[in-house]
Structure formats: C-alpha cells, structure tokens
Design a protein around this ligand. Structure first.
Ligand code: NOJ
Length: 679
C-alpha cells in the first residue's frame, strides 16, 4: 500500500471520528496521534492547504488550533498551499542510560505521526512535520528534505503558534535584554507577556501545568515567544544582525518545539522529554567524564577581595591557587577553578575581549608548576576562558587554547561570554552563536574535555548527544548576591528556578555560601537565605559540576561543611516529594554509587512545616539520617546562620516533620545501616 493510500485510509477513519468532515465549507484534512496512555492527543489539520495543530489533555483542549510554517527570503512562504503527500505512524518504547545525570535510566516511549507536505503546483516544494507524543508532553519539528526546488534558503519568520486554551498563569524572563537570561522571574497571566524566553512555565489550574521549550537546538536560531494575540504565543526566532533568522541548506531540520504537560509541578521537573528528543550520544566511550565538586578562585573576586587582573590583590597567583588545591585535597573536593590567570584582564572591561590571550599566563601564575602540584595531590584544575563576547578573538585561538590546557592536564573548562552583543553585532541566542557554542562543544569533545558555559545558549538537552556538555549558567546565579544593585536574589528565586530554568537542564548556580553577610567585603549586599538552605540547594538545583563557592577559610572547621563534602553530584534516581512553584520544594535524590539518599527542601520568605513520608527508602532497612536544619530561631533576615545538626534513625515507614525558617531550608543525608531495621 502506498503512503498516499495509507493516508486516505486514516483520513477516512478520522472523518468518521470527527463527524464534521462533510459539513464544513473548508477543505480540512485531520489526523490524530495520541500518547501511549491516551491522555494527550495531538491533532494535525490541513485547512485549505494551511498546516495547523491542536492539543487535548484528557479530553480538554489545552492548545487550540494553532498555525505552523515559515516565511522565507525571496521565496514563497512555507505556510500554505500544501497537500498531504503522506502520513506515517510509528511508535518507540526503549530505555537508555545516562552516563551521568539526575536519573540513571530514562524511558523513551512515544507515538509518532510524520506528515509529508507537498506544495500544490509551482515547484512542489516539500516540508515534513513530525509529531512525537509522550505521556508527559509532545514535541514537533519541521524537516526540509533534499529536493530540487529548495536548496539554500533563508528563514525570515517562523509562524508556529501556541494558542493556549486560556489566560494561563506564566513564570517568565524577558527576551532581547542586555543581561541575556539573567533576570528575576515574573509571575503574571499570559495576557501580560510581551516577548519571553523559554522554558516558559504555565499553570492552567490546580492540576495542570505546562512548559513550552525546544529540544535539540542544533543549527537554528533559538525560539523566544511573542504574545501575538489573546492567549496566543508565537515563535519569534532570535535574528541575525541583518534581521534574517535562519540560514539553512536542505536537508535541514528545525529543533523540536516542545510542550511538557503535568498534573503537579514536581512531575514537570521529572519529565525527561527534552532529553528524549535529542539524538543519542555520538561520543562513544565517555568513561573519561567526571561529574565533580569544585572550589575556586572566584567568590573572592566577586566580593572584590581579589582581582582577575594582575596587581597587589591578584587572585590567580600560584601561591593562592595552591592554597585552594591544598584545601580541596584535604577535603576530597575534586577540582579547583582558576579564573584570571591569563593576560588581557588588565585592559578596560569594554576592550578586554579583544586582548585575552588564552595561552599566556600572568607571570605570577606558573601554570606548569600549579598543574603539577594539583595532579600530585589528585586534584584537577578547571580552566577558564572568558571571551567578553568577542567570539572572533576566541575562535582565532580556540584550538591552541584547548590544546594548551590539555597539555597541562586540564580536562574541564568554564567559558564565559559577558556582554550585551557578540562581536558588537550578534545576539547571544541567534544562529551565529548556536553554531559557535556547538563548535566549542565539538572541539572540546575531540580532546576529551568537559565544558561548563556561562552566558550560554539555553540548554535544549544536547548533553544527551554530547555528554561532555556538563553544565551552564543561563539564569541569575549566586554571583548576583555579591554585587547586584537590586539586593540580590530574593528568597523565592530558588523556589522558582526548579520549575523554569532547571527544566532546560543542569545549572552552575554555585551554591554553598556560609559567610552569608560578608559585611567587611560588601556591606550593601548579602545572600538572602539561611545557611541550611545553602546546603539544600546542592540537591534542589541539579548540576554534575557543583561548586563549593565560598572562601576556604569560611568552610574550615565548620561542621555544616560535612554535607558539602558528602553530597554526590551524580544520581540514579530523583523524586519530588512536594512543591508549589515560587513557594517551596522538597526533592530526594539517590546517589549513583551506593544506597544513600539525599534530601533538599527549601522555602521562599515564608516559614513552613512540611510532613514528609520516607517511603522512598528501601523497605526493611534502617537508615541513619544526618539532618542539617534551620535552628528554631533561624530567619534569613535576622538570624541566617543558626543551624542545628542532628542524627536520627529512620525507616521507610517514618514520617518526619521539616520546619523551614523564613528563607530557609533543610538538607538530610540518609545512609543505610548494616543491620536490618528493628520492626
Ligand atoms: C560572569 C560569570 O558568570 C562569572 O562566573 C565569572 O566569574 C565572570 N563572568 C568573569 O568571567
């Protein structure tokens, strides 16, 4: 049977199902594809040759009929005049293993509908739209097959719409702003949005949450969302400096446009749809990857105790870095980040980017001696490449710069792109930079090097394909607490991040500040949490590279540092025990190696008491719970350092009560005891 005949058969079925095909004036083709459990249904429609889609969840519309397609430069648009050439259904149900991550195995279970569209008459150009429908959401992407009449093409606009079925509540950061993604999240109805970044998190009602994002952003512009009508969001691709959006050559594919759907906020967080929509690992054996904890010559710079540039308070001197290496070795911390070691920082901020030399160290930093010193102590060095968004200078040196580090045994690099525009012209999130960031990932992978990227392109799950792409920034991190003129991140910031920025992937937030007030260094700023909440963030904000961000002297001798030493950075399982976006969240994660579980629970500015069942623990096993709790009188404003550290024996039958201070949190390590639980 030809594809065409298959389509007619399916079409006939759905005409009966819809019961309306014969009555309408319009010529409408319609095809449904449902998720494996049937709860989510995507309907593809071809209305008078115009492609559309709509989405239902458990019989309720969540996305009304929405447009699909593109405008092209100097060519007819690809959004109308189509006939359906073929429609193919398929299904996949498989499991795959993450080399590192928040869970070890992921089920990839979906039903697919691939519609092949052909233009009527003219050149008969071809475009496919592929829908994959999972129980936890959907993805669809456009494909432009190799063909005679569409070779090189330039996209000037994408018309993909998300016509929401209501004025849902949204958590969002604005797009096209100077500080990239680094803004506090706003909460408002969709009707208040202008143009925002993804992931965009939405709440329809008490039992329906959505997140719109994209997966596998590979050679395209990133999608922002523009409110283009009542409850309608439209893809607004970040343009090149000439105003066009994407330069492509067929065959080409767009990233997946994704909508995750969940009945609780926690289920959004444990959806792995974005990863499932990325291609499997292309690097083969990745046993060289090292999820790690690190300390670094970093916070002292943000507190202005040390400088990046050479001078009397230079941070990256051999002597100071060796002090961090000694500290790391003493406490079993894997690595030390070294910023401000290479020449160029002495120039004015505006022109540094043109002057950075990525293979020339300041005289005070003996890179041979320091890297040797580190390796003798079994500590790794994390290198640093700040570009100040002068990508031309970085790309000119990229290969030598990576080789230089590799020759010194440095296998992890933090990159940075501080600036409002790249090379004074391009946005950080357009196709130019998507290509650049990818180039660096590939060059690093060739040398078996890991990356943590600041001022990055947003995460769209490419860590599945390139598992050396470990972590990134892409939101307001800890550093804002050191210097932000608005007083830093308010207590609710970290109760929003898990449901917004973190839905994209790991975040190098850099938790673990113990000296929360740093009154001597920067009296006008502080960290707006309790100490126990800083510990809880190691579990709440997932990253395979986690920094112990404070100065070594603030950790030395402090009993709470034990938790940072103990907490893993690689997990076999993750569960959200309770959560309200912007209010609180409790997460437990199981260590990838061994049977320990770790809990992180945090609240916003409000005090809370949460009852937690420990039913996630193995039945019949007794566990030692090491509890790091806000003291009874702790409060982020008036008494942030008060912490109670205690021990308790628990089992899977236990229900414990967490008391979180205003702006507080709690962290617990559960270790199985050798002897069976006393019944
Ligand atoms: C901004 C980054 O987020 C920060 O971590 C880094 O220290 C500075 N840029 C300097 O590169």
């Amino acid at each position: 049977m030809s594809d065409r005949i298959v389509f007619h058969a399916i079409f006939a079925t759905f005409c009966v199902f819809l019961g309306a095909c014969g009555q309408t004036q319009k010529n409408i083709d319609s095809l449904d594809v449902a998720s494996p459990d049937g709860s989510l249904v995507v309907r593809f429609l071809l209305e008078d040759g115009k492609p559309r889609y709509a989405v239902d969840y458990k019989g309720r519309a969540i996305i009304d009929t929405s447009r699909l397609g593109f405008s092209l430069q100097a060519a007819r648009a690809l959004h109308s005049g189509f006939v359906l050439a073929a429609a193919d259904y398929s299904s996949v149900d498989e499991q795959w293993t993450q080399p590192w991550g928040e869970v070890e195995t992921i089920r990839n279970h979906y039903n697919e509908l691939r519609v092949s569209l052909r233009e009527l008459g003219n050149d008969g150009r071809l475009m496919n739209i592929v829908f994959r429908v999972y129980d936890d959401g959907l993805g669809f992407r456009y494909e432009w097959p190799q063909q005679a009449h569409l070779k090189d093409f330039v996209i000037t606009d994408e018309h993909t719409e998300f016509a929401l079925a209501g004025d849902f509540k949204a958590w969002w950061v604005p797009a096209y702003e100077k500080s990239r993604y680094e803004y506090l999240y706003s909460e408002s109805p969709v009707s208040n949005l202008d143009v925002v970044h993804t992931p965009l998190t939405l709440q329809a009602d008490d039992a329906l949450y959505l997140s719109i994002h994209e997966a596998a952003l590979t050679d395209f512009a990133s999608m922002t969302l523009l409110r283009s009508g009542d409850n309608v969001l439209e893809s607004d691709l970040v343009p090149w400096s000439d105003g066009t959006r994407v330069r492509a050559e067929a065959p080409h594919v767009s990233p997946w446009r994704t909508v995750q759907v969940a009945e609780t906020p926690g289920d959004l967080l444990t959806s792995y749809l974005i990863l499932n929509l990325n291609e499997p690992n292309v690097l083969g054996d990745v046993s060289w990857l090292r999820p790690s904890k690190y300390v670094g010559v970093w916070w002292a710079m943000h507190l202005r105790i040390k400088t990046w540039a050479a001078g009397p308070n230079h941070g990256a001197t051999s002597e100071n870095v060796k002090r961090y290496i000694d500290f790391a070795a003493r406490h079993g911390i894997d690595a030390v980040l070294v910023e401000g070691w290479n020449t160029g920082w002495e120039k004015d901020r505006e022109i540094q980017g043109k002057h950075f030399d990525f293979t020339r160290a300041y005289p005070a930093f003996d890179i041979d001696a320091v890297t040797r010193y580190a390796s003798e102590r079994d500590v790794r060095i994390i290198g640093h490449h700040e570009t100040r968004a002068v990508v031309a200078n970085y790309e000119n040196q990229l290969q030598q710069a990576l080789d230089f580090y590799r020759e010194h045994g440095v296998d992890t690099i933090k990159t940075g792109y501080v600036g409002a525009r790249v090379d004074d012209t391009e946005w950080h999130h357009g196709q130019f930079m998507v290509q650049h960031y990818r180039k660096v990932v590939e060059e690093a992978a060739e040398r078996q090097m890991m990356l943590v990227v600041h001022e990055p392109i947003k995460d769209t799950g490419i860590r599945r394909t390139y598992p050396n792409m470990m972590s990134r920034e892409g939101a307001r991190g800890q550093e804002f607490n050191a210097w932000s003129r608005d007083g830093g991140n308010p207590p609710e910031h970290t109760t929003i991040l898990p449901f917004t920025r973190m839905l994209a992937g790991p975040f190098d937030f850099t938790p673990g500040i113990f000296d929360l007030l740093f009154e001597d260094a920067r009296p006008d700023n502080r960290v707006n949490t309790t100490l126990a909440k800083q510990l809880a963030l190691y579990v709440v904000l997932y990253s395979p590279l986690q920094m112990a961000a404070d100065l070594p002297e603030n950790y030395e001798g402090h009993p709470a540092f034990r938790f940072i030493v103990d907490v893993p950075v690689d997990w076999s399982d993750t569960k959200v025990l309770n959560a309200e976006i912007g209010d609180y969240i409790s997460i437990v994660r199981k260590a990838r190696n061994g049977g320990d579980w770790f809990l992180g629970s945090i609240t916003d500015e409000n005090e809370r008491t949460l009852d937690l069942s420990l039913s996630f623990l193995d039945e019949g096993t007794a566990y030692r719970a090491e509890i790091y709790a806000d003291a009874a009188d702790a409060d982020w404003v008036s008494n942030p350092l008060a912490i109670d550290i205690s021990d308790q024996q628990v089992t899977s039958d236990s229900v414990i009560q967490l008391r979180l201070a205003p702006g507080g949190g709690q962290a617990i390590r559960f270790t199985p005891l050798a002897s069976p639980a006393v019944q």
